[in-house]
Design a protein around this ligand. Structure first.
Ligand SMILES: *Cc1c(COP(=O)(O)O)cnc(C)c1O
Length: 419
């Protein structure tokens, strides 16, 4: 469900023609629908009904400040994986008591920042991190609520790069070790073992892996209880998948029901960390066709957006639906849609049947709200794209396109090279 649709053959985001935004801000740009984002958050939160829970939006999917402000306004929390994300979440007005922190390599500085801010829970991912956190909490004389991110050894049947809960992955702690760490924590004056957490992967399209994870976490909670350690929070991570092409992921209601049924009466507060399912289909990436190039029996549509803007096709071989902003052309062509970057991996689609387009036409790449701008870079010294938010019939530039000057920001020339 999203608010991108054709009206009289023209692609709209809510009540704004995509073309009108292009005219104003140039191309390429990300276009987000406020209504879609807000709706997804509400539906996801509502699916858990009266179960005690906190929806902690996963910042890494898309940390744009306007979206974070929306999360804060709707009473949501944040799932963060770095000090930078903690900064952004706090700046947006997300309260510290609704922020949880995961990540396999948190630095001393980042941990200190999180302790200082007084966030809800730090999810420990290794024995070394536990030691460091224990030391910091003693030095700072501050109670630190922690959980252990356990590795439930579950195959979520998704892309290998976004699988995180297998024994061979770098994330989390195996249960046997976790049990020992919980006991160590209980002996620490300032560490409060308040939760248990896991996150098994991303773009998960079946309930099975979630059910397995919840079932196994439930038995861990009970085992801990048997040893005198009562956790009050269960963080089951994010990972619910979305439709990019023809996938049929469970909807939030089915997901919530499966968790509720398999968790039973443990009395814990659920922490949910959805990213992609909230923001993925709330955004599109709009780019302009520069050249139609025929070579050796192939047709290349060369556009002004590239892998530095949206890397998912190059990185994961991900499929994104590609639509002409002006509909109505029945003729199609099998083409490669590629960007200007000097890499053969710079493509959005290969051998795809698309509406036949001409130079200057606009193209929309759907499902680009999550892991789109967030993963963008300045490779090839390309300025990062603008981000635009639509609400009803209005649109707002929520991040301007970078300037050439921005490309040099932070650089300095050593004196010996000065003219
Ligand atoms: C990436 C991540 C998420 C969000 O995953 P989605 O697939 O976008 O829902 C949640 N929790 C943790 C710990 C993550 O690393």
């Amino acid at each position: 469900m999203d608010y991108f649709e054709y009206r009289n053959g023209e692609l709209f985001c809510e009540d704004v023609p995509v073309k009108a935004v292009a005219r104003k801000v140039g191309t390429p740009f990300y276009l987000y629908s406020y209504g879609t984002f807000e709706r997804h958050l509400r539906v996801f939160d509502g699916a858990f009904g009266d179960m005690p829970h906190i929806v902690c939006y996963s910042l890494k999917a898309n940390p744009n400040g306007a979206l974070l402000r929306t999360v804060a306004r709707l009473g949501g929390g944040a799932d963060i994986v770095s000090g930078g994300e903690l900064y952004r979440a706090l700046e947006a007005g997300i309260p510290a008591e609704k922020i949880v922190y995961s990540g396999v390599g948190k630095s001393r500085e980042e941990l200190r920042y999180a302790i200082d801010a007084g966030i809800r829970m730090i999810n420990i991912e290794s024995e070394g991190e536990l030691r460091l956190l224990a030391r910091l909490s003693r030095n700072m004389k501050k109670r630190v609520p922690v959980s252990i991110r356990v590795n439930p050894e579950i195959d979520p049947k998704t892309h290998p790069y976004i699988t995180t809960g297998l024994k061979k992955n770098k994330f989390g702690v195996l249960w046997a070790d976790a049990l020992r760490l919980y006991r160590e924590m209980a002996a620490e004056e300032y560490l409060a073992p308040v939760g248990i957490s896991s996150h098994i992967g991303s773009q998960i399209l079946e309930l099975g892996p979630f059910i397995e994870a919840v079932t196994s976490l439930k038995s861990m909670i009970l085992e801990l209880k048997g040893r005198g350690i009562t956790v009050e929070m269960l963080d089951i991570g994010g990972g619910l998948g979305i439709t990019y092409k023809d996938e049929l992921p469970p909807d939030p209601a089915q997901y919530a029901r499966a968790i509720r049924e398999n968790l039973g009466n443990t009395g814990v507060t659920l922490i949910l960390e959805p990213g992609r399912v909230i923001v993925g289909n709330s955004g599109i990436f709009v780019t302009k066709l520069l050249y139609v190039k025929g070579t050796a029996g192939k047709i290349f549509y060369v556009v002004d957006g590239a892998m530095n803007d949206l890397v998912r096709p190059s990185l994961y071989n991900a499929y994104h639906e590609i639509l002409p902003v002006e509909e109505g052309k029945t003729k199609t062509e099998v083409v490669d849609l590629v960007g200007p970057i000097c890499e053969s991996g710079d493509f959005f689609a290969k051998d795809r049947e698309l509406a036949s387009l001409k130079e200057g036409d606009l193209v929309a790449i759907k499902g680009a709200g999550a892991y789109g701008f967030a993963m963008s870079s300045n490779y090839n010294s390309r300025r990062r794209a603008a981000e635009v938010l639509v609400k009803g019939g209005e649109f707002f530039v929520v991040r301007r396109r970078e300037t050439y000057k921005d490309l040099k920001r932070g650089e300095s020339i050593p004196q010996f090279l000065e003219v």
